[in-house]
Write a protein that binds this ligand. Structure first.
Ligand SMILES: [Zn+2]
Length: 261
C-alpha cells in the first residue's frame, strides 16, 4: 500500500508542466557545422551557470537541477546522421569522414524538441556510439560514451523512482530494465577504459592519470571487481601528490570496498 494518495491528474499535469518549463529555461540552441555533409546541425545546450549541481556519485557523475546535463551532451546532424559528443562532432579526421560517408544513413527520426525526453536523449547517445564504432574510435572514446550512457540511464531511472514515490503509475518492469541497461553500460565502460589505459597515453578522455585511476577503480567496484578496484585506489591513498578532493573520494571508495560485517 502506498504511504500517500496520489495527487489528482490535474495537479500532476501542472507539476510536469512546471518541470518542463524550468528545464526549457536553462537551454539555448547552438548551431554546429557538420564536417561530413556541410549542413548546420542545431542542438540544445545548457546555459552555463544556470544548472545547479545537487550531488555527485561515486563514479564522478554529477547530478543537476533543473536539467539532467546528460541529456544534452550530443549533436546530431539532421541530414547525414553524423552524431557525436559536443567536443568531437566537428573535430573528426578525413579518414573518419570517409568512413561515415560510406556507412552512416540519415536516420533516425530524431527531431529537435524544445526539451529532450530521456527516450530522445537515449536515442541520441546510442547514435553517438554507432557513429564512434563506424569511425573506428579509440577505446577511450567508446568507453566515455558508454559511461555517459550509464549516467543518462541512471538519471532516467531516478526520475521514474521519484515519480513512483509521488504516486504516479510506473511499471516496476521498466525500472528493472533500466537498472539492467545501466549495469551493461557500466561494464562496457569499464572494459573499454581499461583497454584505453593499456594502449593510450594521458590525458585519456580528458582525465589526468590520477583521476582516471580513481574512476576506473570506482567502475570496477560498481561492477563487482573489488580486487581490481583496490589495486587502483590504494596507490592514490599512498601518494602524497594526490589532490585533496580526489583523496576524499578515494577514501570513501576504500571504505566502500571494506568487507561488511
Ligand atoms: Zn551531416
Amino acid at each position: 500500500m502506498r504511504g500517500q494518495l496520489p495527487g489528482s491528474e490535474k495537479e500532476i499535469d501542472a507539476v510536469t508542466e512546471d518541470l518542463f518549463n524550468a528545464e526549457a529555461d536553462v537551454l539555448y540552441v547552438r548551431e554546429y557545422h557538420c564536417p561530413v555533409c556541410e549542413v548546420v546541425a542545431p542542438t540544445r545546450l545548457i546555459r552555463s551557470g544556470k544548472n545547479r549541481v545537487t550531488g555527485r556519485d561515486m563514479d564522478l557523475r554529477q547530478r543537476y537541477e533543473p536539467a539532467d546535463a546528460e541529456k544534452y551532451t550530443v549533436v546530431v546532424c539532421p541530414q547525414c546522421g553524423h552524431t557525436a559528443f559536443l567536443s568531437r562532432f566537428e573535430s573528426i579526421t578525413e579518414r573518419e569522414i570517409k568512413a561515415l560517408r560510406q556507412w552512416m544513413k540519415p536516420d533516425q527520426g530524431l527531431e529537435e524538441e524544445p526539451v529532450y525526453s530521456y527516450e530522445t536523449a537515449y536515442a541520441r547517445i546510442r547514435c553517438a556510439m554507432k557513429d564512434a564504432m563506424v569511425r573506428g574510435a579509440k577505446p577511450s572514446e567508446t568507453g566515455y560514451i558508454a559511461l555517459h550512457t550509464a549516467w543518462l540511464i541512471r538519471g532516467w531511472r531516478e526520475m521514474l523512482e521519484k515519480d513512483a514515490a509521488e504516486g504516479k503509475s510506473v511499471p516496476d518492469k521498466q525500472v528493472q530494465q533500466l537498472r539492467d541497461m545501466e549495469k551493461h553500460c557500466l561494464s562496457m565502460a569499464t572494459d573499454r577504459l581499461s583497454r584505453a589505459m593499456e594502449t593510450e597515453s594521458f590525458p585519456i578522455a580528458g582525465m589526468d592519470e590520477m583521476t582516471f585511476h580513481y574512476l576506473l577503480a570506482a567502475l570496477n567496484c560498481q561492477c563487482g571487481s573489488k580486487e581490481t578496484a583496490a589495486q587502483l585506489v590504494m596507490p592514490l591513498l599512498r601518494n602524497r601528490q594526490t589532490p585533496p578532493a580526489l583523496r576524499i573520494l578515494a577514501e570513501d571508495l576504500r571504505d566502500e570496498l571494506r568487507p561488511r560485517r
